[in-house]
Design a protein. Structure first.
Length: 178
């Protein structure tokens, strides 16, 4: 099963890669930004729903960082919605994109350096359960490093018919990853 810390970091890397791609000329920046938005919304909601509260339970002193993280989610969401409603050829669009990228890099760095290490103190079973919940909450997007056995377990939990005869790729597709 996926570890919560690894799942969150993997999704951070995916967002970073898309944002890097959006800075290049000759790409459909608006489409890339839509893809980032589709990833970030469920990611942020899952963090605020059950990851951040668990961090606060483990380390009350992290409360301010948790609140800051949630505020940053909402700031990026608002900036992104405004950008998605505007024309990519409009003056200032690239500047706003750069501001979003800067805010997200700052957020990711703080989260990975200050909040995620708190989750690393949890027993492995709880980290895996949180990871499973996070994967489920973020639309079934699974990191590429899952084994066929892990995918099969997820398919069994979701009662996907025919799972015992599926290849790793077929399991991933049935789980919504493919």
């Amino acid at each position: 099963m996926p570890d919560i810390v690894e799942v969150i970091k993997e999704q951070h890397r995916q967002v970073d890669e898309l944002l890097e791609e959006a800075t290049h000329d000759g790409v459909d920046k608006a489409e890339i930004l839509h893809a980032v938005h589709r990833m970030l919304l469920p990611h942020s909601e899952a963090e605020e729903d059950f990851v951040y509260p668990r961090i606060r339970q483990l380390a009350a002193e992290a409360g301010e960082e948790v609140v800051d993280g949630a505020v940053e989610h909402h700031q990026v969401e608002e900036m992104m919605q405004n950008l998605l409603r505007s024309d990519p050829d409009k003056p200032g669009w690239d500047g706003t994109l750069a501001a979003i990228i800067g805010e997200l890099h700052h957020h990711i760095q703080e989260e990975e350096e200050e909040l995620l290490p708190i989750l690393e103190t949890l027993p492995g079973e709880e980290r895996e359960e949180l990871g499973r919940r996070f994967v489920e909450a973020t639309s079934g997007k699974l990191p590429d490093h899952h084994t066929k056995s892990e995918l099969y377990d997820l398919a069994r939990e979701q009662d996907i018919p025919g799972r015992s005869h599926m290849s790793k790729e077929e399991l991933a597709e049935a789980l919504g990853e493919g």
